[in-house]
Every structure is written in C-alpha cells, then in structure tokens.
Design a protein around this ligand. Structure first.
Ligand SMILES: [Zn+2]
Length: 255
C-alpha cells in the first residue's frame, strides 16, 4: 500500500468534519461529532458573543445553537440543523479505546490567521500530562492532557488532533504561553468528551427519554430527581433547558 496516498485520504476525510466557528469577536475551529449534527469546540472559542456562526468546508455558513458549555474542560457543544448540509461534511471518527503513546504521529486541523483547514503534523510528546505548576491558565488543573509539538495557534482552538487512522484523539485547547514554550501544546483526550457525545445525541432527540442529567459545570451525571450536582453542587436545570432548546429547533412544542 502507498502509505503517503493513504494518509492524504485519511486527512481529507477528517478535514470534512472540521468547521470554522465565529462570533462577533472570536474565531476558532469545531468538529462534527454526530450525524445529527452536533459540534464540539472550546468554550473560549464562543466567548465573543451570543450569536454563533459555523462555516463548513464547502463554504456554507449556518447559525449554531449552544447546547452546553463546560468551562472546567473548556468545552462547548453546538448544534446545527443537519437538513442544511449535504455530503460535503462527515462525522469525525473517535477511537474505540485509548490507543496512543509518546512518539505517535498526529495532525492538527484548524484555521490559523484565517487560513481555513490548515493541516499541521507533529508527535505526541507526553500522555496524561498533569499540570501542577508553571505559568499556565488555572482552568487546566486536575485534568490529564495530551502534550504535542504539533504547530498550532489561536485558530486551531477547538479543532481536532487526529492520529494516522483519522481518529480524533484530542481537542486542541491551549498552548504554553511563554517565550520558551514553542512546541508545547495541549489537547484534551477524547475519553473526556466521548460519554457526553452519546448523551447529547439522545438529548437532542425529542423521542428519546432522558434518565439522567448532565452537569453543565463539571460534566458528571446525576439522577433526574436531583436539583444539584452531587459532584460539584451546581444547579441542575438541564431538562428545562432541553425543552427550550428543542422548541427553538422546532423539534418539539414548548409545554
Ligand atoms: Zn457538577
């Protein structure tokens, strides 16, 4: 097999799941993670205003609806109406199990400086990297990151880090912000957000019954009877917000 050609096909397929996301004052990348059409991005990518637009690889510009934003992980999920999309987009592949290690080749897809769908290559520099000290933003504490030397910049935020099989192993989230920090970049491993994707697919389907609540702050699940998250104490109103969102998407009447 011609490995070079194979990699090109893998990358081209993955590019079709990457979208550009922008608000009035912020821009970044996002990834289509389900066929109905749920998009993952960084929470900081959509901080720039309430109106969120998504641009596909084919240049279609669509309104996106915020489903949930979890600042603890710097993650947001958006939804766009899939009827507006054709075969120009694909759903990203997620790995079935954790199958990466230090030295693996990885690729980042994003839109640095307005250059849409720029693909950069690097390796995994460290796995399960915990940040305990240094000049890093506070939000990162308590998580295990994939460290990579793949060249990324602001426009890669919310975009995928993919392996040679085109599977999204991480979400490109932040870069070491110091003069000697070149080539020190961090992706949130997909094992963190995979459970939320399957949950949110049901959440956006009015025919599905939801039997647990997702905490919009810490991402843990609680039973329907709870008013507050058992893990972090945040107020749980996810079922109420679900009704409002489905109504806005004209998927169900608001009762
Ligand atoms: Zn919580």
């Amino acid at each position: 097999m011609n490995l070079g050609k194979n990699i090109s096909a893998v990358i081209n397929r993955a590019c079709k799941s990457v979208v550009r996301i922008y608000t009035s004052s912020s821009v970044g990348a996002g990834v289509i993670v389900s066929n109905d059409t749920l998009i993952i991005t960084n929470a900081h990518v959509i901080e720039g205003g309430p109106r969120i637009k998504v641009e596909t690889i084919g240049g279609k510009i669509l309104n996106a609806f915020l489903v949930v934003k979890m600042r603890r992980y710097d993650i947001a999920f958006l939804f766009i109406k899939n009827s507006q999309l054709g075969s120009e987009v694909t759903v990203i592949k997620l790995p079935d199990k954790i199958s990466y290690s230090v030295g693996d080749t990885v690729f980042a897809i994003g839109h640095p400086q307005g250059l849409n769908h720029t693909v950069n290559r690097g390796i995994i520099s460290a796995v399960d990297r915990k940040i305990v000290s240094g000049n890093f933003p506070f939000k990162i504490y308590g998580l295990n990151w994939i460290q990579t030397d793949t060249p990324v910049s602001r426009g890669h935020s919310g975009g995928p880090l993919i392996n040679e099989h085109g599977e999204m192993v991480g979400l490109n989230t932040w870069i070491a912000n110091s003069t000697d920090g070149k080539g020190i970049n961090f992706s949130l491993p997909s094992r963190y957000f995979k459970p939320w994707i399957s949950y949110l697919k049901d959440y956006l389907n009015p025919k599905k019954r939801i039997n647990r609540l997702l905490c919009p702050v810490c991402g843990s699940f609680s039973s329907l009877e709870r008013y507050y998250c058992t893990f972090c104490g945040a107020k749980l109103n996810f079922d109420i917000r679900r009704k409002e969102l489905l109504h806005k998407l004209k998927r169900t009447p608001l009762v």
